[in-house]
Design a protein around this ligand. Structure first.
Ligand code: SF4
Ligand code: SF4
Length: 672
């Protein structure tokens, strides 16, 4: 006998037709709800069609490669979920995902065998199929049990806290409710558990009703059948219809539940724009003339991809867990931002009003949320786009508004006069482009590097090291002006574009091919954003150039010391993926928790450096605690912004004996 199984066992034609009809009804209900959401997404700008190559919600031929790569990385390999902390439920999510995937594959294969002329569900293939998917289904079963247990604990804790916490505080303080333990989530988990258990029972019922010699290959169902004994055809059909009821209910309500991310995340992650994390998309003057506004005011001003991505949010809270603003008690909660934007998209509401302006200004654009999000939602794009609109309507006041005026009038975010830009060079014989010096590298000093006392030390150290290693470099001095990074991230797009155009003009005048800078914010803008304004330079962070000089033997590395702790700057480590160069020029440094790509922001980015905040809400204080917890006596840095924020915080907590040094200064000490 050839091992196989009969489909629609004991089913009459009318029963089959009833099954088809109910299936169509359930899928129709699901499709109608999805169509409602498609209409919400369709109100957005079709900009993503140009960048990621999709049209009518499907990939263009040119974009197919990117789609497959993204699918493999973010969906099949679950890159983001695997990278998150086990405490965030990652192993549980992986079990559910791979179990679900296995059962989807099993059902698809069965469907192909049943409804196509190709009949392969027999023989050894059939036996292996049964044994494999019976085993993999257990992943889903145990993952679901884990999820239910975890959520039950969270709900119990939440209930206890709810009795002690006023309602308004509960709404805003989700720190105390890390898992959304609401009843509908729990009901869905039970529905999935019932589906999984019933799947095994259905298999057992078939074996009990129509036993075959090879049934023990379906080992889970077989074991259950041995316990329950023989079944009549009626009993078997009862179990079958119960299973059909569960499956069709699941399909019909899927778009209403946050588990819809199993569908939507496939599209949003596959179509993720492959632009670098640190690049913001420019607004064109033509666009402003057409729309008569700057930035995003209403949902229609966001791109379709962004609107769709809001629906893919699985409300896991990973973004909030890593947000530096949230972690020091500010109101900004990136998960809530996504939920609020979704609500605004559904109701056509004003974005800034739905999110709350206070939260919008609290973002440091550190991208920790973007890095953590399993479905690739780009919170920073969304937040900056709304900020652009607020700035254009004059909503920005205080010291950040002063920073914008200073940048516009002096070309320096701190408002320092142009003549001050060359002060650090006094007595150092620094080559200047305008003197006709030949150079391989333009040393881009930056506003802080030219005028902030701490950052000037780094600038001098970099210049000394380049000289010592015989690197031909030159500076722009008075001809250098702010890259416009703080202005852009605050939301003043056209001030950034002015700065970028002017600076690119200067680069072109001097034929700059390579540039090195000690500021990760300048590095990011020059590397990723200046290309939109005609720049074609190769851009290096100073640690990258110093790393190559150490490798060549032109400079000595810093002697290893575990009494040094290194703080990875967000715009170098996370946004630009550079974590090795600093560790290679200064080996043996201790890593604070978190570090590397998951580093915690000092609080300066996104224009926050120029915004007032109470001392207890300064992210720098929280980061200082993490750095000092390593017991280090020296804090190594790679960013002037981090230095400005962390120096007072570390000194206040660790005392005056703690040194804060840029890696260039440490390398200078090591090279005498
Ligand atoms: S970019 Fe950073 S500060 Fe802004 S919401 Fe995301 S994690 Fe929070
Ligand atoms: S935005 Fe992303 S990380 Fe944040 S809750 Fe939603 S899915 Fe999770």
């Amino acid at each position: 006998m050839n091992p196989t199984r009969e489909e629609y066992l004991f089913f009459s034609l009318p029963e089959k037709l009833l099954l088809y009809g109910l299936t169509l009804l359930s899928l129709g209900i699901m499709a109608a709800q999805i169509w409602q959401r498609v209409k919400v997404w369709q109100q957005g700008k079709p900009i993503a069609e140009l960048r990621t190559g999709w049209r009518y919600w499907l990939p263009t031929r040119e974009a197919l490669g990117t789609w497959w790569k993204n699918l493999a990385t973010y969906v099949l390999a679950q890159k983001k979920v695997r990278g998150s902390r086990p405490k965030s439920g990652a192993p549980m999510h992986l079990m559910i995902f791979y179990g679900f995937l296995a059962l989807t594959i099993a059902t698809t294969l069965l469907g192909i065998n049943t409804y196509s002329p190709i009949k392969f569900h027999q023989g050894n293939y059939y036996l292996i199929y049964e044994a494999t998917f019976d085993t993999l289904g257990l992943l889903l079963l145990f993952g679901l049990l884990w999820a239910i247990g975890r959520r039950a604990i969270a709900m119990r804790e939440g209930k206890k806290l709810a009795l002690e916490t006023p309602y308004e505080a509960q709404k805003t303080d989700q720190r105390r409710y890390p898992i959304s333990g609401n009843a509908s989530d729990m009901a869905v988990l039970f529905l999935l558990l019932a589906l999984t258990l019933n799947g095994y029972w259905l298999e057992a019922a078939r074996i009990s009703a129509d036993p075959k010699p090879w049934d023990n290959w379906s080992w889970v169902g077989y074991a259950i059948s041995q316990l329950q004994g023989p079944f009549s055809p009626i009993q078997y059909k009862g179990v079958y219809w119960f299973h059909v009821g569960l499956v069709l209910t699941f399909f019909a309500i899927l778009p209403q539940l946050r588990i819809r991310h199993v569908l939507l995340a496939i599209f949003t992650t596959a179509a993720t724009d492959d632009k670098p994390m640190g690049k913001l998309v420019p607004i064109s003057m033509e666009e402003v003339e057409q729309t008569e506004q700057i930035g995003a005011k209403l949902p229609k001003d966001l791109s379709r991809w962004h609107l769709m991505s809001l629906d893919a949010c699985m409300e896991c809270g990973r973004c909030t867990e890593v947000c530096p603003a949230w972690n020091v008690g500010k109101v900004l909660n990136p998960k809530q931002v996504v939920q609020d934007l979704r609500q605004a998209a559904t109701g056509g509401l004003a974005l800034a009003e739905t999110i709350s302006e206070e939260a919008l200004w609290q973002c440091t654009t550190c991208n920790a949320c973007v890095e953590a999000c399993p479905v690739n939602i780009r919170h920073v794009d969304l937040i900056v786009d709304v900020r652009r609109n607020l700035v254009s309507e004059g909503a920005l006041s205080g010291s950040a508004a002063v920073m914008l005026r200073q940048t516009a009038s002096t070309g320096n975010a701190w408002g320092t006069n142009v003549s001050e830009r060359e002060k650090w060079m006094e007595g150092l014989d620094i080559p200047l482009c305008r003197n006709g010096e030949e150079f391989e590298f333009l040393f881009w000093v930056g506003c802080a590097g030219a005028t902030d006392p701490g950052a000037v030390k780094t600038t001098k150290a970099v210049a000394a090291l380049l000289k010592k290693a015989g690197v031909k470099f030159a500076c722009l001095g008075k001809e250098e002006a702010c890259t416009g990074d703080p202005a852009r991230r605050v939301g003043e797009e056209f001030l950034f574009q002015d700065q970028a155009s002017k600076n690119v003009g200067v680069f072109q005048r001097y034929g700059v091919k390579k540039v090195v800078t000690a500021c990760p914010h300048c590095f990011n803008s020059l590397k990723h954003e200046y290309g939109d304004f005609g720049s074609t330079m190769e851009v290096f962070h100073h640690t990258q150039l110093l790393q190559s000089l150490v490798r060549k033997g032109d400079l000595l590395a810093v002697p290893a010391s575990s009494r040094v702790v290194y703080h990875d700057p967000c715009y170098l480590a996370r946004v630009n993926d550079e974590t090795e160069a600093p560790r290679e020029i200064a080996p043996g440094m201790a890593d604070p928790q978190p570090s590397g790509k998951k580093t915690r922001c000092c609080g300066a980015g996104g224009g926050r450096m120029w915004m007032d905040e109470p001392n207890e809400q300064r992210p720098a204080n929280a980061r200082a605690d993490q750095l000092l917890a390593t017991g280090a006596e020296t804090v190594a840095l790679g960013c002037p912004f981090c230095r400005i924020m962390l120096e007072p915080a570390v000194k206040a907590k660790g005392g005056d004996h703690i040194r804060l040094l840029d890696l260039a200064e440490m390398l200078q000490e090591a090279n005498g």
